[in-house]
Design a protein around this ligand. Structure first.
Ligand code: GAP
Length: 503
């Protein structure tokens, strides 16, 4: 039935992951609501992100800044002048499209970041036209922020919905630096909404107008950029790199962090964090290595605030190849200096007699894109079932709990198991309807990591059957060992080693 994207959208709607927002009033493109399963999956991914990246340093912390911010913030950051997209308007029907998208839909290649003149030239040269057949006017620009008026009358101020969570961290830098006893590096993480008036939202969760970012801003002394206290731990770790020099061949190079520092002339502080991000995707979440790459952006493609900029990309069949999921941005002192200039507040710090404005390394992730990627990579059609093989850690539910039958005390015992697991922090649900086979199929389709069945033996022996979603292997486990077994299974251990295998 349809393309892979269609099938993912079908499961998402039918089972409750996500759907377009406000459809009863005529949905607007680029807005999605997360339903109960999507919300559970998102919470899991965000918690894994938090756990992993905040534990990189004792001085990394999460904050929650406001998402509506005054105009001055975006004057300072440069978004007011530079956060623009190239647009083309059809002379016949008035339709406005993103110029680089119109070009890449018509001819092979990557066009993000090329000059407006070059885009106009390509549109003319290849006679690229609007869907209605009309001719396009010259390429223009549009600021992507959503403006709004805050308050009324004399107190009225102009503001914007923040287009990135990062600015919330920058405006909080100084008070947090004081509160956290003046230490660098200092990390401020924000998981929050970002708003962009995308001209052509597309590909479901991939390009939306309201989306979630998970961003970590690391403030550090620029004189220390060529070192990291834990670099030796990753020195020999092999990165999967797609440097800009390989654009023609598409070749991915596997290179140790040490060699990356030497041959690509990247600072150790930067490369250390490249390694950590790769480890998050490949080791922590366990995504397939061949689907991952770190892509270097060219001067034209880099965001206006970045000195070094590599994106994290995953290869997604439904989107026809590698797509950006995250970025690792060396923003220098661009933002703090900008805020200093516009606000008149001094952003420099004094550490051991040295006064300087800290630099920022930003690890920036689009949460929704990562969730879409998880869905696509998890989606598996087997002979008898459709199954979402999510990484165990981020499965929307850890386990479904099933009494074999609805009588003879089995529901009560299954409820006891449910209570025990909930009390121990697992995300579980109870289901007693339909045959066990049907209940397994239902949890397979929504990607629940484990099925736990309580049967007549359970009453006698105080044990249960646990079934692994991916391999369908089943083992018998004593109830008093259940919490420990599930914890170890979710950390990646083979189920067959955690209980007595059933034939
Ligand atoms: N603070 C830096 C920043 O915002 P970005 O490359 O513009 O950088 C970061 O965005 C991440 O946010 C991207 O790597 C992508 O995953 C996600 N993202 C960007 N625009 C998006 C959109 N319109 N819809 C969904 N996710 C988006």
């Amino acid at each position: 039935m349809g393309t892979k994207t269609d099938r993912i959208i079908d499961i998402a709607k039918r089972r409750g992951f996500f759907w377009q927002s406000s459809p009863i009033h005529g949905a607007i493109a680029g807005f999605y609501d997360y339903a109960h399963l999507g919300c559970a999956l998102k919470k899991k991914w965000e918690n894994e992100w938090r756990g992993f990246f905040l534990s990189l340093n004792d001085n990394f912390h999460e904050i929650q800044p406001a998402q509506i911010m005054p105009e001055e913030v975006f004057k300072a950051s440069g978004h007011l002048d530079s956060f623009i997209d190239p647009t083309v308007k059809c002379k016949k029907c008035g339709n406005v499209e993103r110029a680089d998208h119109v070009i890449s839909d018509a001819i092979e290649g990557e066009f993000e970041g090329i000059s407006l003149e070059k885009m106009s030239e390509l549109i003319k040269k290849h006679n690229i036209r609007c869907k209605c057949g009309g001719e396009f006017a010259e390429v223009g620009i549009l600021n992507m922020m959503f403006p709004l008026e805050i308050g009324t009358g004399k107190m009225k101020r102009m503001g914007y919905l923040s287009p990135e969570t990062a600015q919330g961290a920058y405006v909080n830098f100084k008070p947090e630096f004081e509160a956290l006893r003046r230490r660098l590096p200092m990390g401020l993480a924000v998981i929050g909404k970002a708003f962009r008036n995308e001209i052509s939202p597309r590909n479901v969760l991939i390009r939306q107008r309201e989306f979630t970012q998970a961003e970590l801003q690391i403030f550090f002394d620029p004189d220390t950029i060529n070192e990291h206290p834990c670099f030796d731990e990753v020195a020999g770790y092999m990165l999967r790199l797609y440097p800009s020099r390989n654009r023609k061949t598409g070749g991915i190079e596997e290179m140790s962090c040490n060699d990356t520092v030497k041959s690509l002339r990247l600072p150790k502080f930067y490369v250390y964090h490249m390694a950590k991000i790769q480890q998050f995707y490949l080791e922590h979440l366990g995504l397939p290595k061949k689907r991952f790459r770190l892509k270097e952006l060219t001067d034209e493609e880099r965001a206006f605030y970045n000195k070094y900029h590599w994106d994290i990309e995953l290869d997604l069949d439904s989107l026809g190849g590698f797509r950006e999921m995250a970025g690792i941005h060396y923003r220098t002192d661009h933002d703090l200096k900008g805020h200093e200039k516009v606000s008149g507040q001094n952003m420099s710090v004094n550490i051991d007699g040295k006064t300087f404005v800290p630099h920022v390394l930003e690890l920036s992730f689009g949460v929704d894109r990562n969730l879409y990627a998880l869905l696509e990579l998890a989606y598996t059609e087997e002979k008898e079932r459709t199954v979402l093989k999510f990484p165990r850690r981020v499965s929307p539910y850890d386990a479904g709990i099933f009494p074999l039958v609805k009588k003879d005390g089995l529901p009560e015992l299954a409820r006891d198991v449910q209570r025990l697991l909930k009390e121990n922090g697992f995300v579980v649900f109870y289901d007693e309807t339909g045959s066990i086979g049907r209940r397994y199929r239902r949890i397979d389709e929504i990607g629940v990591a484990l099925g736990i069945t309580v049967d007549y033996e359970s009453k006698k022996n105080r044990d249960v059957t646990i079934r692994d979603r991916d391999s369908m292997a089943q083992v018998r486990v004593k109830m008093d060992k259940l919490v420990e077994v599930i914890r170890r299974f979710l950390m990646g251990e083979d189920l067959n080693r955690l209980g007595t295998p059933l034939k």
